[in-house]
Design a protein. Structure first.
Length: 226
């Protein structure tokens, strides 16, 4: 998209109204979980970075193979820095299973990104906020010691996310589907249908579409053409 640019926003998102955890992690299998901090990482310097991730899955995305697709959007502060849109390796027959696979993939990417930032000397601010639009999956991952899964790979995905929650690596919560920007990466769309969802993420060239006064003030001179 030659007429688009990434909107650079360095202000910190406000997550103060979201609780840190949803349940009491005194279960013996989770009570002592903690994040592994690399011993060879340099001393962190500068302002801390708040990470926010959105994830989603689209069941039966590929009509030929029957596979679902996972969509993940990474934000540092309020700037999108990485995105993931890929078919899942297994064929899931229910949205519950495909969403759990997406949540596990998202958690693994969170761990990798937090590790990379620490090796770069960037201070990471608290747990990474992970937001998804499937409330059943969110609740299952947040109360994993009490969740009952009949399929092993779904149970393992649930436990992978739950242990990351218990360790303080991620803080997973529900977001309404209409407000989940990662739908851009998980489903088939035409531009008019997703324009309003893309607008907060992308800053459009003023020569092709003049921004509003508020956008111009917020964007300033920090524009990186894609």
């Amino acid at each position: 998209m030659h007429h688009a640019a990434i909107k650079i926003r360095t202000d910190t998102p406000d997550h103060s109204n979201i609780p840190v955890k949803l349940c009491d992690w005194e279960c013996p299998c989770c009570a002592h979980e903690k994040e592994e901090i690399p011993l060879d990482a340099p001393a962190p310097k500068g302002k801390p970075v708040t990470m926010t991730l959105f994830f989603d899955a689209n069941l039966h995305h590929d009509l030929v193979s029957g596979k679902s697709v996972t969509g993940i959007l990474h934000r540092l502060k309020k700037t999108p820095v990485d995105w993931h849109s890929k078919s899942q390796s297994t064929v899931e027959t229910a949205t519950f299973g495909s969403e759990h696979v997406a949540a596990r993939t998202c958690t693994e990417q969170v761990i990798d990104l937090r590790l990379a930032l620490r090796h770069l000397g960037v201070p990471v601010n608290g747990p990474t906020m992970v937001l998804g639009d499937n409330e059943s999956v969110i609740n299952s991952a947040a109360i994993v010691p009490h969740s009952k899964m009949h399929k092993r790979w779904v149970a393992l995905s649930c436990h992978r996310v739950g242990h990351a929650v218990a360790a303080g690596i991620v803080n997973i919560h529900h977001i309404p589907g209409k407000k989940n920007p990662v739908d851009l990466l998980s489903e088939h769309w035409d531009l008019p249908s997703v324009w309003n969802m893309m607008k907060p993420l992308l800053f459009w060239n003023w020569k092709l579409m003049a921004p509003s006064a508020e956008e111009a003030k917020e964007g300033g001179n920090m524009r990186i053409t894609v």
